[in-house]
Design a protein around this ligand. Structure first.
Ligand SMILES: [Zn+2]
Length: 227
């Protein structure tokens, strides 16, 4: 935009612009052949007039020539079209960057509004977890993390797990359950998973154990961090 104000400082108003165009319009492309380009100012001058890089006072002395030399008029027209294209591109780039800012803001707002429901389903991926037996936990295993706000769990069972009925519970580390439910595992897209409703909102945050078993078999336990 700095450039725009520079141009204004050089004294081109819209009326001046129109005057030049009108003057040149009279200089039609064919009426003034000048094959030897006698007295032509050169393409640098034409380009600077077309792009308003030359002060009007300086450009003035070329106007008579431009209105009586078809080759110069042709060159000037091309420079001017190129200048207009660049100007349009600059304006489009500005408009595009405004749209991007508006878009990002809208997107952020959308997710802010969708935020609470977006976190209501948590995916717990046990596919690559080793399968512990009984209530024992593998020392050093990274705990699964879940928000207490979560309303549904989607548990991806360890690879090779069978479909069918499962029991699922969240227990404190000394063993008693704070939440218990039943679910049916099924294969979707090659993953055996259980989707089930949960309510952990009354639990305090901290370390727990997620336990899963087929009915009447041993619990498999995974460390769980409630946030
Ligand atoms: Zn000329």
């Amino acid at each position: 935009m700095q450039r725009e104000s520079d141009l204004n400082a050089k004294g081109y108003s819209e009326r001046d612009e129109k005057r030049i165009l009108d003057a040149l319009g009279r200089g039609l492309l064919k009426e003034f052949p000048n094959p030897d380009r006698a007295g032509c100012p050169g393409s640098d001058v034409l380009s600077r007039i077309a792009s308003h890089a030359m002060p009007l006072a300086e450009a003035e002395k070329w106007l008579d020539h431009l209105t009586s030399c078809s080759p110069c008029y042709g060159d000037f027209s091309q420079f001017q079209a190129a200048h207009q294209r660049r100007r349009t591109q600059r304006l489009l780039a500005i408009a595009a960057s405004i749209l991007i800012v508006v878009g990002v803001a809208g997107w952020a707002l959308f997710f802010k509004q969708k935020g609470p429901s977006a976190v209501q389903t948590a995916v717990l991926d046990l596919r690559n977890r080793s399968v512990p037996r009984g209530g024992e936990l593998n020392p050093g295993e990274q705990p699964l993390e879940v928000s207490r706000e979560v309303k549904r769990l989607n548990v991806y069972l360890p690879l090779g797990s069978a479909e069918g009925a499962y029991e699922l519970r969240v227990a404190i580390t000394t063993g008693s359950a704070i939440f218990t439910t039943n679910g049916v595992a099924s294969v979707k897209d090659g993953v055996t998973s259980i989707e089930t409703a949960v309510d952990l909102s009354s639990a305090s945050s901290g370390r727990y154990v997620l336990q899963i078993r087929k009915p009447n078999s041993e619990w498999n336990s995974y460390p769980l961090l409630l946030r």
